[in-house]
Design a protein around this ligand. Structure first.
Ligand SMILES: [Zn+2]
Length: 275
């Protein structure tokens, strides 16, 4: 028993850059931005964790039609990304949904065997009174929320409390802010504890300057999340946001995957220039 628990299970982390928006401007990303017309690319990521004999998918990317409608260039489905890593999406048992915005729920149907895990507060939020406000509901797609309800009633959606350990070395933590049930994922890797911040951080810049992202449910929770992330990650180099083009500059493409949009995130990032 003691021997087993002292064994440190570590996970590989792959990032799938599934879409890119090159027409986005800083003013759409940051509140009270000084240079609102300056372009700032918005990348879109989902992730997969590969352990010794377990695979955990984190978020399911974006429906290509919804990408088109919102001026995002769709470049990779999670099904193709997983196939490049030798994993059949249909065989995946565990999918974490960090929250229910449309750019994270696009391929729910591609995981017919999976149990999905999400914050209970996110389900209450997306089916509750705040959705009467267009500001709060605009990044949700009703057809996808209906799928969540169907999964719940099929016994395939686990709505958990604020902190949950899903496997040895993998835990999820509520932070709120971006939406009511935003969560982050802490992963033990060969280089220590990495935090996949999902949309608790769209860009490193939010974390570095202590500013909120413009799409926000609760700005105080959003800023408090930065401290939670700092507590859970081994260092700032162990923090990975969901939408920052800098991620693809810092981390290498995955070995063996032909696709340039599949990155390896459990290795150390390249040193950033001081610029
Ligand atoms: Zn997102």
């Amino acid at each position: 028993m003691t021997e087993q628990s002292s064994e440190q299970v570590t996970w590989k982390i792959y990032g799938f850059r599934h879409a890119i928006n090159t027409v986005r401007k800083r003013g759409q990303n940051f509140i009270q931005e000084q240079n609102p017309e300056t372009p700032l690319v918005l990348d879109f990521y989902s992730w997969v964790l590969v352990g010794e004999d377990l695979v955990i998918v984190i978020d399911t990317g974006m429906d290509p039609q919804k990408a088109d409608k919102n001026n995002h260039n769709h470049v990779l489905s999670p099904v193709d990304g997983l196939a490049q890593l030798g994993i059949d999406a249909a065989s995946v048992d565990t999918v974490i949904l960090t929250h229910a915005h449309y750019d994270h729920l696009g391929f729910l149907d591609a995981f017919p065997r999976a149990t999905f895990h999400m914050q209970a507060e996110e389900m209450s939020y997306v089916t509750g009174p705040w959705m009467q406000k267009p500001w709060f509901r605009h990044a949700y797609a009703p057809d996808e929320i209906i799928k969540l309800v169907a999964l719940l009633h099929a016994g395939r959606l686990n709505l958990h409390g604020r902190t949950r350990v899903l496997a040895d070395g993998v835990s999820v933590h509520w932070v709120g802010g971006h939406c009511a049930g935003q969560e982050i994922v802490r992963v033990r890797t060969q280089r220590g504890w990495v935090v996949l911040a999902s949309d608790a951080l769209h860009y490193y810049e939010e974390y570095e300057r202590g500013i909120p992202f413009a799409v926000v449910f609760n700005s105080s929770d959003m800023l408090a999340a930065h401290d939670v992330i700092r507590d859970l990650a081994d260092s700032d180099d162990h923090v990975i946001p969901a939408h920052d083009p800098r991620v693809a500059e810092l981390y290498p493409k995955a070995d063996g995957a032909g696709c340039p949009h599949i990155l390896r995130l459990d290795v150390a990032p390249r040193k950033q220039c001081d610029a």
